[in-house]
Ligand binder design. Structure first.
Ligand SMILES: Cc1cc2nc3c(=O)[nH]c(=O)nc-3n(C[C@H](O)[C@H](O)[C@H](O)COP(=O)(O)O)c2cc1C
Length: 197
């Protein structure tokens, strides 16, 4: 099983990247995935140039990580009530060649009580041409600076978000297993249906 976690903040040392690293450790420690089975694509540490451009920056490396993933976790901070532009730019690079019919769990990240807007924005747009399949469960990490910092939860909010994360990851991994034969059965090479409607 191979999971790619996309941390969609353009800030280096972002809280979104912190959550990505926490989820990676959770998959390794609690879901028995091997270190090499979980990768983090941090758009803050390895920024993608604004598409289109001659220079594709780290896309070549990301493309390989995404192509071998069986499932994705897409994390987006809420900035001015929107998904951070870095994650929208990511979806201009990503295509069905890497992502078609792979399950993905969304995560909205907020330092306050926001975090829902990036979820609804990415559910409404982002998947049409790449055919990524967002699962019904998503994560909204509110008060992000106060949670997922220590190996053990420090309070009730921290405990609750970790429990929700574990529940969601269990669901995601089941979708990842279930969609493997679906992907193998779908012909993605038909030119008349190259893009979604
Ligand atoms: C330009 C900008 C706009 C922001 N707007 C919002 C917002 O609309 N709602 C919200 O809950 N948090 C907002 N925040 C705060 C983020 O929730 C906070 O920075 C959090 O740490 C996630 O961003 P990060 O992953 O880049 O650290 C904003 C932050 C920035 C930098």
């Amino acid at each position: 099983m191979n999971i790619a976690i996309v941390a969609g903040s353009s800030r280096s040392n972002s809280q979104t990247a912190k959550v990505a690293r926490f989820i990676r450790q959770t998959l390794i420690n609690q879901f028995d995935l091997a270190e090499q089975e979980v990768s983090v694509i941090d758009l803050g540490s390895y920024p993608l140039p604004l598409w289109p451009g001659e220079d594709q920056g780290p896309w070549g490396m990301f493309e390989k990580q995404l192509a071998k993933a069986d499932a994705l976790i897409v994390l987006a901070p809420e900035w001015h009530g929107m998904a951070c532009p870095a994650i929208k730019n990511f979806f201009l690079y990503a295509t069905k060649a890497q992502l078609a019919h792979k399950p993905a769990m969304l995560g909205g990240i907020s330092a306050g009580v926001g975090g829902a807007y990036p979820i609804s924005e990415l559910r409404a747009s982002s998947y049409k041409n790449c055919r990524l399949c967002y699962i019904p469960e998503h994560l909204i990490v509110r008060g992000v600076e106060k949670v997922m910092n220590m190996p053990l939860p420090v309070d009730e909010e921290d405990r609750r978000i970790r429990e929700r994360l574990n529940y969601n990851l269990d669901v995601l991994l089941r979708y990842a297993d279930a969609l493997k034969p679906v992907r193998a059965a779908i012909d993605m090479s038909l030119p008349e249906f190259a893009n979604g409607m």
